[in-house]
Design a protein around this ligand. Structure first.
Ligand SMILES: [Zn+2]
Length: 280
C-alpha cells in the first residue's frame, strides 16, 4: 500500500485539467490552498490517499496533473508534474536536475512530458528541483548549499560554506531538501532517476545486481560505473534507499556538454523502459 498524506484536489473545469497541491508545512499537517484557475475550479479535500481513477471527473483523459510541492529559498515554486497512470501501483519519480549548473537532464524530462505514449506506471517528473541554482547557473541553492549533500542520511559537516559542496549548517536545513523529502515520502516511489553531469556514466552501487542501472545504461548507450559516489554523504539517493530498502534511486551522469537530440531520445526511452521495470 502506498503511503500518501492529505492532498487538496481541484478539478479545473475550464481547462479540463486536474491539479493537485500537496500539503505544505510539516508531515501530514495543513493543506496548501494555492490552486490556479480558481474561477472555474471545484475543489474537494481528500484525506488519506490520493484518489484512484474514477474519483474525479476524467482524471486520465484530462492531461497532466501538477503539484506545487514547496518553495525555494528565493521564493520560486517547486513543481512536480504527473505524466503517468494514476491508477498504477508502481510509482516512479524522474528529476531533471538538482545541481543548477547540470541541467541537461531537464531536456530528457521535457521530452518525456511531450511524449504521447501512455505510461503503465504512476510517473511524476520534476524539471529543476533547485530552481534558484538553475536560474543562477550555479550548483548550489540560493544559500550556497549543495542540496545533494543536505539530506539527513549520513550527513556530515565536512565542507566549509562557499565550497560548492557545502552540506548546509545541519541536515535538511534547506527548504528545497525538506520539500523533496515530503514529496518523496508521499509518492513513495519504487524508482527515482536523478540526472547530473558531467561524468557520462550511470552510477550503480558497489553491491547487488544493479539490474535497473545496467538496463538503463544499455538502452541509453552509456557505461555503468560501480561504487562511484557511494562514499558521499547526505545525498538524496542514499537517503531514499535508506528510508525504503525496496526502492531504487540512482544517478545518471550525462556528459558535460549539451545533450544532443539523439541522446535525449535514448535517455527518454531508457527512462520510459525503466518506469515499467522493477519489483514493485
Ligand atoms: Zn551533480
Amino acid at each position: 500500500m502506498r503511503r500518501r498524506a492529505a492532498v487538496l484536489l481541484a478539478t479545473l473545469a475550464g481547462a479540463g485539467a486536474v491539479a493537485l497541491a500537496l500539503a505544505g508545512g510539516d508531515e501530514g499537517a495543513g493543506l496548501s490552498t494555492a490552486v490556479g484557475g480558481a474561477d472555474h475550479a471545484t475543489a474537494a479535500v481528500v484525506a488519506g490517499h490520493l484518489p484512484r481513477a474514477g474519483a474525479v471527473a476524467d482524471p486520465r483523459g484530462a492531461g497532466a496533473e501538477r503539484v506545487r510541492y514547496g518553495e525555494s529559498v528565493g521564493g520560486r515554486p517547486l513543481r512536480a508534474i504527473r505524466i503517468g497512470e494514476r491508477s498504477a501501483e508502481r510509482t516512479v519519480l524522474i528529476v531533471g536536475s538538482i545541481h543548477g549548473d547540470e541541467r541537461e537532464g531537464e531536456e530528457v524530462v521535457e521530452r518525456l512530458r511531450r511524449g504521447a505514449d501512455r505510461f503503465r506506471a504512476d510517473v511524476w517528473t520534476i524539471l529543476a528541483s533547485n530552481p534558484d541554482g538553475a536560474r543562477a547557473g550555479r550548483r548550489t541553492n540560493a544559500r550556497g548549499v549543495d542540496l545533494n549533500r543536505n539530506f539527513p542520511y549520513r550527513w556530515r559537516a565536512d565542507e566549509p560554506p562557499g565550497s560548492g559542496y557545502y552540506q548546509g549548517p545541519r541536515p535538511a536545513s534547506e527548504p528545497e531538501t525538506r520539500a523533496l523529502m515530503r514529496l518523496i515520502r508521499r509518492l513513495d516511489p519504487a524508482l527515482t532517476i536523478w540526472y547530473h553531469q558531467p561524468w557520462g556514466q550511470v552510477l550503480a552501487p558497489c553491491r547487488g545486481s544493479a539490474k535497473p542501472e545496467k538496463r538503463y545504461a544499455r538502452i541509453a548507450g552509456m557505461p555503468v560505473e560501480r561504487c562511484r559516489g557511494e562514499e558521499l554523504r547526505g545525498t538524496v539517493t542514499s537517503w531514499e534507499e535508506h528510508r525504503d530498502r525496496s526502492a531504487t534511486a540512482f544517478v545518471v551522469e550525462l556528459d558535460g556538454g549539451e545533450l544532443r537530440d539523439a541522446e535525449a531520445r535514448r535517455h527518454a526511452r531508457a527512462a520510459r523502459k525503466l518506469a515499467h521495470y522493477g519489483r514493485r
